[in-house]
Design a protein around this ligand. Structure first.
Ligand SMILES: [Ca+2]
Ligand SMILES: [Ca+2]
Ligand SMILES: [Ca+2]
Length: 379
């Protein structure tokens, strides 16, 4: 009898312990959910309405072979970006024309994987430095130091033809493309899930896999150094998606491209990708892929946007008055945006035109008539 009672008693004790642990775990769980809710609500509340996307790029856990296949363990664990939307108005793409990407990094390379849904895979250009946007292409833009100048672009088509170039500044500021610039360490591959240039067969998608050597990217980076944990680089993607129609030219049937759709990771409000200040953030994490990382917010985002607005309004003012303005109140900017900045904005005349300077949390930022957003670190 006694052993049975002891058994019953110990069973009761362990049952009580399980119940107690369960209650404790549930409490912990409720507490965690509550905290997450508060965190997500407060993060959302803190982010300005026009704050762009952030993609967190983790470190690889195995070697990435650039063969167009995303079969590596690291790729499987890496999160997909959101699907691209219309470059101009942000409207969503239909199934069959959606695009997204993944990224990873290690000591030698920044890796990129693109997935492009496509019912009719097309590609004709085979020579490097061809204007690939004139046909279906996947385009990658990167401005490591986020100053709007000296940024790179890579375009690639379904034939693995590439166009790599550097812009000294956007076209709006008199910029010129330099496609004699070649990324010497670049590796790219394509995988087609379907047939090329055969509209009779319905295709599914195509993949891009690429590796960018750090030495090609670092010439544009702050301090020319590899990203630190939590570093934010400016980045965007574009996909040109042409409609192909068969035309009859004097009895000869030819396929012609018309009505291009432009899909972007971060829509920029106009069919013009060359507005780097409107791109989104690539956040580097030193954690291995599969782990998690807190999203880093650019705390100077609003200040930078206000300086870019001053740059825009100065251009308008100059067109109208043939001179720049040195009274911020005369520029068409909501004045509370300026009064919100600790220390305000200092607008001064320079030898060439003007400069507007403001103290951010991370650094001092200066905008001039050439559109370069210079960053001066606090000592
Ligand atoms: Ca691969
Ligand atoms: Ca730059
Ligand atoms: Ca080139």
């Amino acid at each position: 009898m006694l052993p049975m009672m002891i058994e019953c008693y110990s069973a009761l004790l362990s049952y009580t312990a399980i119940v107690r642990d369960t209650i404790r775990e549930s409490r912990k769980c409720i507490f965690l959910i509550f905290n997450l809710l508060i965190f997500s609500l407060s993060t959302k509340a803190q982010l300005p309405a026009n704050y762009p996307e952030t993609y967190i790029c983790y470190q690889t856990e195995d070697a990435i072979i650039i063969d167009g296949k995303l079969s590596e363990k690291s790729w499987k664990k890496a999160p997909w970006s959101i699907y691209f939307s219309d470059l101009e108005n942000g409207s969503a793409a239909e199934k069959g024309e959606r695009t997204r990407f993944k990224m990873l990094w290690d000591d030698n390379y920044l890796y990129l994987a693109g997935e492009l849904e496509e019912t009719d895979i097309r590609g004709e250009m085979t020579e490097r430095e061809s204007r690939l946007y004139e046909e279906n292409a996947f385009e990658f833009f990167l401005d490591p130091d986020g100053d709007n100048h000296n940024y790179m672009e890579l375009e690639i088509n379904a034939l693995n033809t590439i166009w790599d170039l550097k812009m000294n500044k956007p076209y709006r500021d008199g910029g010129q493309l330099n496609d004699a610039w070649n990324m010497r360490g670049l590796k790219t591959a394509i995988q087609l899930c379907g047939s090329l240039n055969d509209p009779k067969k319905k295709d599914k998608k195509w993949y891009v896999e690429a590796a960018f050597a750090w030495e090609d990217l670092l010439e544009m980076a702050q301090y020319r150094s590899k990203p630190w944990n939590g570093a934010l680089w400016k980045m965007n993607f574009l996909r040109t998606d042409w409609e192909h129609v068969v035309v009859n030219n004097d009895g000869e049937k030819r396929v012609q491209r018309k009505n291009c759709k432009f899909w972007a990771w971060q829509p920029v409000g106009a069919i013009n990708m060359h507005q780097p200040e409107k791109w989104a953030y690539l956040q580097f994490s030193k954690n291995k892929v599969g782990e998690s990382t807190v999203v880093v917010q650019d705390l100077d985002f609003e200040l930078k946007m206000t300086l870019m607005e001053i740059y825009e309004q100065q251009k308008r003012y100059f067109l109208k008055h043939k001179k720049y303005c040195f009274d911020l109140k005369k520029l068409d900017i909501e004045q509370n945006k300026i009064s919100k900045i600790e220390g305000g904005v200092r607008l001064e005349e320079t030898k060439t035109a003007y400069e507007a300077k403001a103290n951010g949390l991370k650094a001092i930022y200066v905008i001039r008539e050439n559109g370069q957003l210079q960053r001066i670190d606090y000592r």
